[in-house]
Ligand binder design. Sequence first.
Ligand code: BES
Ligand code: ZN
Ligand code: ZN
Length: 484
Amino acid sequence: MDITIAQAPSNGCVVVPFLKTSKVVSNLQSFCEVYHLDISFVNKHFKAEAKQVFLQDSEGKVIFLLGIGNEANFGKIVKAFHSFSHKNKTHFGEAISVDLRYVEHGADPFSWEEAAVNGLVLGLYDIGAFKSDKQEISHIQAIELIGEGLSQTNSQIGVMVGNVQKAVFDLVNKPSNYKTPQWVTSYAQSISKEASIKFTAFDKKECLDLGLHALLAVGQGSPVDPSFVLLEYAPDTYTKTVGLVGKGVTFDTGGVSIKPSTNMHMMKSDMAGAAAVLGAIECVARAKLPIRIVAAVPLTENSVDANSIRPGDVISSYLGKTIEVIDTDAEGRLILADALAYLNRNFKPDYLVDLATLTGAVIQALGYHAAGVFSTNEQLLSGLAKAGVASGEKVWPLPLWSEYEEDLKSDVADLRNYSNKPVANAISAAKFLEVFTEAHPAWAHIDIAGVAFADGEFSSMRSATGYGVRLLFDWLTNLSESEG
Ligand code: BES
Ligand code: ZN
Ligand code: ZN
C-alpha cells in the first residue's frame, strides 16, 4: 500500500471521520464549507455515531462521512475504519483520500493516521480463501492522508500492523486439514525470512531429545507430528528480553475426552494464541523496536485415536514433573507447560507472557469482550491493561491465590491437569501453568478463549479477530520506550 500525505484530497473517493463531541456541529460546518455541501442536510442525517457512514457527492467526488462515536480511542477508530472499509471497499477504486482535518488530533496520545490506515487495511481482508469463483473485491493501492502534521512513519506502521493482522486472520480461519503443525511451522519460517527473525523448529524426534514430553503426549494420537517453533528477534541494542508463548493446537477434538460435535468446527481456532504471538513478533521486528523477543510456539493436533493419551494416564514434562491427565481436553495447559518451562530455562526472559484459547470458563466469566489476565506482577498487569484499553483488545484480571492449588493435587503424580469440578476452571488452568514458570517474577497468562474467534459484522459465522497482535505490539512498544 502506497501512503502519501497532502493538504487537500486529490482522489475521487474521500472518507472523512467525525467525532460525536460538542464540536461536531462546528466541524461539520467547516467541512461543508470546504466541500460545498448543504450543512442543514448533513446535520440532519449525520450524527457521527460510531460506524455511521453517510454518503455525499461533492463536485464529482464521492465523500463518505464516517462516524467515530464520542470517544477518541485508537481501538474505536480502527474499528470504525475497519467496518467502513469492509462494507465499501468495492467503491474505493485505486486510491482513497482520508481527510483528517475535522477531528482534533493534536493532543491525542495516539496517531489518528495510524488507526485510520490500520482499519482501512483490515477491511480489505477476504475471508473466502477457498471459494472457487474468486472475485476481485478491491483494487485499492494507495491511501492519501489529508491534514497538518501527519506522520508518514505512523501511517506505515498502521499498514504494517494491518497486514500482519490480516495474515493472522488467515491463519486462524484456515481449516485444520490445511494448517497442520508442519504448515504453521513453515509459516513461521516464512515470516522469519521477511522480517530478519531467527527461526528454529524441532520435529517430533528433536522434541523427544529436548524432553518436551507433555507436548508429545498431546500429539501422540495425531496423524500429523507435533512441532516446536522458536523465533528470536534481537535488535543491535536492547536491555530487556520478552518471552512470548502461544497455544498452537491446530485442532482440538478434546481427544478421548471428546467434545460434543455441535460447534466443534470452531476448534480450528485453538491455535489463535500461537497466531497472535507470531503476529506480534513480526510487528516488533518490522517496526524494529529496541527490545529482544523470543517466541515459543508448541504446535500439535489433539486427536481421537487408539494411540491417544487416555484419561488417567500419567505423563512426564520438560521440567520432569509428572502429570495425571484427568481430562484429555485440558490439553492446552500441557503443551504450554513445556513451552513456558523451555523458554524460561533457556532464554531467561525478563518478562514471560503466554496467550492461549485455554478455557470455556473464561467465557463464562468475561464473555466475548475481554480476555482474562493472570499475573502477580502489578506493573505487568497495569501495562497490559493500559495496552488493552488503548487497543480495544481488553484484558481483565483474575486471581492466582494459593487456595486454588488444591485443584491441582493428584494422588498418583506430581499434579493433575483438571480438578474434575465445574468451578473456577480458568483459574485452575492458570495455577497449573504457574507451576511450570518456576515462580518467574514477571509472568502473565492471557486466556483468549472468548475473544479470538467471534461473531461480528465481518462474517456470517464466527471468525478470527486477530486478538492479541495489537495488544502485544502496543504493550511492547510502551515497554521498549520505558525500558529502552
Ligand atoms: N480449547 C479449549 C478451550 C476453548 C473453549 C477455547 C471454547 C475456545 C472456545 C480447551 O482445550 C478446553 O477444551 N478446555 C476445557 C478444559 C476442561 C476439560 C478442564 C474447557 O474449558 O472446557
Ligand atoms: Zn481442549
Ligand atoms: Zn484446546
